[in-house]
Structures are given as C-alpha cells and as structure tokens.
Design a protein around this ligand. Structure first.
Ligand code: 8OZ
Length: 369
C-alpha cells in the first residue's frame, strides 16, 4: 500500500453545499439559498428600491435568491416601504432587479405575500380594517410611519371574497414572470394570511375554509394550485413555519395539519417546500417531526433557521435537506457562497440597518479582497 498523501483527496464535508441541482425548472449552481428578507426600503409607490438591483446582484452567487416578501395587492401590505407586484411600475422596478441578477449568473424567485391581519389601518387603502380568516386581533407589532405600533383588529373575509383573493395570487404570479423572475414562492409562513388560515389559533371559521385540517389547508392549496396553473408547478415553491409562534400564532395539533398540507402540496408537484424549523429566527428545539413532512414530499426540500457552515453541510450530507436558506448571514455577507467554500471569516450583522434606511447596511457590506 502506498502512503497517504499529505493533502487528502477526500472531499471536505462541506463540498456537497457546492453541487448543482435542478429545483423544478430552475437549474441552481449550489445548495445555498438567500432567504426572503424584509428590508423596508421600497421607493414611492412601493416600487423596489433603486438600490435593490445592486443588493441582489451582489448576492447572485447563491444557488437561488428568494426576493423579499412582496405584497400581491394593496390590502396585502402590513409594513412601511415593502415592495408590491401588482402595479406596472412595480413590475418594471423588479425587472431591473431580475435583469441584474441574471446578468450576474444568478437565479431569483419572488415571495408572494398577503399579510392578512398583520397590518395597520394606516397602511390599508381607505384606512379600513385589514382582512383575516376570523375577526381576531393578533398580539403583534408592525412598523408604520408612526414607528412600531400594535397591529389593527381585522375583519373576517367573507366566503364570496375568496375566489377574488385566489385570483389576485394568480395575477401576482403572472406579474412576477413578466418581471423576469424564475419562479415564485407562496408565503404560507410566519403568521401572515395563508398561515392564519392554516392554524386554529387564528382561524375560527365555520365555512369550508375553517374547522377541519382539510378545510384550514384549503386556501394554501387553492392558491398554490392557481399559481401553479398560471406559471407552471415547476416554478413554484411554498414556505411554511409549522411551529413558529411569530406574529401570535398557535395551533392545537401542528403535526397532522402540516403533514396534510405537505401531502397536498406534493400532489400539485411544486418544485420545492421551504420550511422554517422552530421559532422564526429563534429556537430550533421545539417538539416537531420535520422529517415526517419531508417524507411526504417528492420535490426539493429547503430548510431554514440559524444554519451555519457545519450544520448546513450536515443537512445536505445526511440527505435531511436539498437546499439551505440563510438570512442574516446573507445580509452581512454578499459573497457568502465564497466565504462558506473557503471557510473564510464572516462579516458581523448590523441590526440597526435591517429595516428601512439607505445603502448603509444594504449594499455596503464588503466582499472578500
Ligand atoms: C420581519 C419583518 C417584517 C416582515 C416574515 C416577511 O417574517 C416577514 C417579515 C420579517 O416572513
């Protein structure tokens, strides 16, 4: 036997993070995803910031960028200065972003967002109450021009309003494709409208969209089916957060609820599911069997919540996930993919520039060199 070479030819454990993959119709260069990140920098008319093209293009070495949560209609807005995808100027603004990302060799999908009850009357057209599955106010905060405020009490959506709501998602998905996105992600996480229908702490409806698990998952499935019919299921993902309490969310039995939801999403043959494991941006050790969800889905499985280089590599190497989404690390490190590949030091996050503001803390985090 010959002696072992000094430099081992065996791949380092993180190598799998850098292997290409097909995610539905989207060919991604690696397993590293930029999570959707609200930055509250949209310009007048909720048009993406003029800086957004540079911000996303700086991060285009991610296998996939998920653009920040973007409201599908004016009523879907819940925070100051978040972008939309319902008006021509917004579509034109996003086209500048997707062109810049594609020119840099990246792939980008848009997260379709309706906040439901996580809003404030001052952000709603005509100053009216936001909508929700049930007229139950969340104990949650939002940011308006007045600063941090309690969200407003919502009114319950009438059954006859739901077809138009689904149509609004379909239109938004079409608009995203017109804006040059490679696909869309249905935001069904973090206590926004679709999640409010899913979980029984916020859904007390007596109609076909409330009560049983099947009924509470109906809006998610009808929205996702409509979006998939409009742009192709192979360009659609969905984000869920089965046990996150963020935005005052709770459910009496999340395991069977989300197993059912994932089975139904599987039947639609969408490209991926993106799951926030535990508390959004917080604890991961809540009692929930995420592997049981994964077993029910044939598409790509994307995980998120506090991953680092080692835990991300382990998730890919063990087959627990196909893709890992990073949020805070991507804000502070435009070249996160290179830094993970080289195991280089990471920039620290400046939390004071997360929400709102200008280029500072947005496009001025340095790359290596
Ligand atoms: C932080 C601040 C505002 C919105 C989410 C879209 O949690 C958000 C969000 C996060 O999904």
């Amino acid at each position: 036997m010959s002696a072992q070479p000094i430099a081992s030819a065996a791949p380092e454990p993180a190598a799998a993070l850098f292997s290409p993959l097909r995610v539905g119709a989207i060919a991604v260069a690696n397993r590293i995803v930029m999570a959707p990140l609200t930055r509250n920098r949209a310009a007048a008319g909720n048009v993406p910031s003029p800086l957004a093209a540079a911000y996303y293009a700086q991060r285009a070495s991610a296998g996939l960028l998920i653009a920040e949560a973007t409201q599908i209609c004016p009523e879907g807005q819940g925070y100051m200065a978040t972008p939309g995808i319902h008006a021509p100027a917004q579509i034109a603004g996003w086209k500048i972003v997707t062109d810049a990302v594609h020119a840099a060799g990246g792939r980008i999908v848009l997260q379709l967002w309706h906040v439901g009850r996580i809003s404030h009357t001052s952000l709603q057209p005509g100053g009216v109450a936001p909508v929700a599955p049930s007229a139950i106010a969340a104990k949650a905060k939002t940011v308006t021009t007045e600063g941090l405020v309690d969200v407003s009490a919502p009114r319950a959506l009438r059954p006859d309003e739901l077809p138009a709501l689904i149509e609004t998602y379909r239109m938004a998905a079409r608009n995203a494709i017109s804006a040059g996105f490679d696909g869309v992600e249905v935001h069904a996480a973090n206590g926004y409208l679709i999640d409010q229908f899913l979980r029984d702490g916020s859904n007390h409806r007596k109609d076909a969209y409330g009560g049983s698990i099947e009924n509470r998952a109906r809006l998610l499935i009808e929205v996702t089916a409509a979006v998939a019919a409009a742009i192709g299921a192979d360009r659609v993902g969905a984000r869920i957060s089965p046990v996150s309490p963020f935005n005052d969310m709770s459910d009496s039995a999340p395991q069977p609820l989300f197993e059912h939801a994932v089975e139904q999403l599987d039947a639609l043959r969408i490209a991926y599911i993106h799951v926030i494991e535990g508390e959004t941006g917080g604890r991961r050790d809540l009692d929930f069997d995420f592997a049981a969800l994964r077993r029910r889905f044939r598409g790509r499985w994307m995980v998120n919540n506090g991953y680092d280089r080692a835990s991300a590599a382990a998730a890919i190497n063990t087959g627990a996930a196909d893709l890992v989404a990073f949020g805070r690390l991507f804000i502070a490190n435009p070249d996160l993919v290179r830094r993970l590949r080289e195991n280089a030091p990471l920039n620290a996050l400046d939390a004071s520039t997360l929400y709102g503001g200008d280029a500072h803390g947005y496009t001025d985090y340095p790359a290596l060199d």
